[in-house]
Ligand binder design. Structure first.
Ligand code: FES
Length: 396
């Protein structure tokens, strides 16, 4: 006898389990021992097609694929979240006068989108450059956004443009806010019991809004703020109002901080949120090797180093010029040397601004931003991705 739980692979005799004595089922009644001629079409033994089943079959086999097909091209386009904001406040926030904080409000009647600590805006500058800046105001402020920008005289030109062209009354197009380093409240999405903030120089910008939020909701937190000298670190007075939760430490007085200085005392499971220059983040990362009681969240404001790079070449299709990309150089950097106006922003593979269409060659994707569909269709983020072979042709 076949058990209902028999998993031998033999089909049980379905009719043996059929209830008897009901009129509708009697047409299928057969004397014991009669050979089963065919297997019922489904478990309920109905001979007619079930209209609901037919409808759902049609839905899943025709309607859904058609809908997906129609929607596919939209995956390529970013949702249009651009809008125009007006600058209503401009304040110098570092003693060396190289950091300016801008407060922006809506230039129309629509409310600003809410944001969470760690979020940033993409600014489309008058020159066409796109740059990302962390929101550094109070996340509870629904009327304005605040950003801060350090002037980098020999950088890509974005910070200088902000300093020189965005004045009170100017308007600027923005996208966002978006959040690449959200703050997880201990006990809610994080096993940590306390938070340690680590900021270096202008890296204070995403950390400042986190400190405001952590203080407001009564979290157990501390912070170390580092920089070359007190003159160069922005928002010093705003940071110092948090009292002894904050340690300000400058290289000219205290020397370069060690990993232990940055990590601090961590008697309980701790979440560290860090933003600053690469050497500071690297010191922190190495110092935390083997520390399973500490989770590290970080944001750098410079491009990450190229890992496992090989020299490649890229051809710019519009002119046919070929650009050599060194093993330790990004495709974006090499392209910028020939095309200074090529768009970029984060240089870290998450904003999508440097996206290009690849016309020839196999891409070594190193971002976590493009969708499988975008990758299949030859899109590439030049700030991090490279070539699997020796050469790519870019639609530039
Ligand atoms: S510049 Fe942001 S993804 Fe490349």
């Amino acid at each position: 006898m076949t058990s209902p739980h028999d998993t031998s692979g033999e089909r049980p005799d379905l009719d043996a389990a059929e209830p008897r004595g009901h009129d509708g089922a009697h047409s299928r009644f057969r004397p014991p021992g009669e050979k089963v001629a065919e297997i019922p079409p489904h478990l309920y033994g109905r001979w007619k097609h079930d209209p609901l089943l037919r409808f759902s079959n049609a839905f899943f086999s025709i309607v859904l694929p058609t809908f997906n097909h129609l929607m596919r091209p939209r995956h390529l386009a970013e949702p249009d979240r651009t809008r125009t904001l007006r600058i209503v406040e401009r304040e110098i926030v570092a003693h060396d006068k190289d950091v300016v904080a801008l407060r922006l409000v809506a230039d129309d009647e629509r409310p600003l989108l809410p944001w969470t600590p760690g979020a940033h805006l993409d600014l489309l500058l008058p020159s066409g450059r796109m740059r990302e800046y962390s929101l550094c105001g109070d996340p509870a402020d629904q009327e304005s956004y605040r950003i801060a920008v350090r002037r980098i005289p020999h950088g890509g030109g974005g910070s200088v443009e902000v300093h020189e062209t965005l004045h009170i009354g100017s308007t600027v197009t923005i996208k966002g806010p978006r959040n690449g380093m959200p703050l997880a409240v201990p006990g809610y999405g994080s096993p940590a019991r306390r938070i340690r903030f680590v900021a270096g120089g202008i890296g204070i910008t995403p950390i400042l809004s986190m400190m405001i939020a952590a203080e407001r909701i009564g979290l157990d937190w501390s912070m170390i703020y580092t920089g070359r000298s007190e003159d160069t670190i922005p928002f010093i007075s705003e940071v110092e109002r948090f009292g002894d939760k904050v340690e300000v430490r400058t290289d000219d007085v205290h020397g370069i901080p060690s990993a232990q200085d940055l990590i601090g005392d961590t008697p309980d499971p701790t979440a560290i949120y860090a933003c600053g220059p690469l050497p500071m983040l690297e010191t922190l990362r190495v110092g935390l090797i083997g520390r399973i009681d500490v989770e590290l969240h970080y944001e750098r404001f410079s491009a990450p180093p190229v890992v496992d790079g090989r020299p490649i070449s890229v051809t710019l299709a519009s002119t046919g010029e070929t650009v050599e990309v060194a093993a330790d150089e990004t495709v974006l950097s090499a392209v910028l040397a020939r095309r200074p106006g090529a768009p970029y922003s984060c240089r870290q593979g998450f904003c999508g601004t440097c996206r290009v269409q690849v016309l020839d060659g196999e891409i070594d994707h190193r971002d976590h931003t493009l969708t499988p569909y975008e990758r299949e269709h030859g899109q590439m983020l030049t700030c991090v991705s490279r070539a699997k072979g020796d050469h790519l042709t870019l639609d530039l």
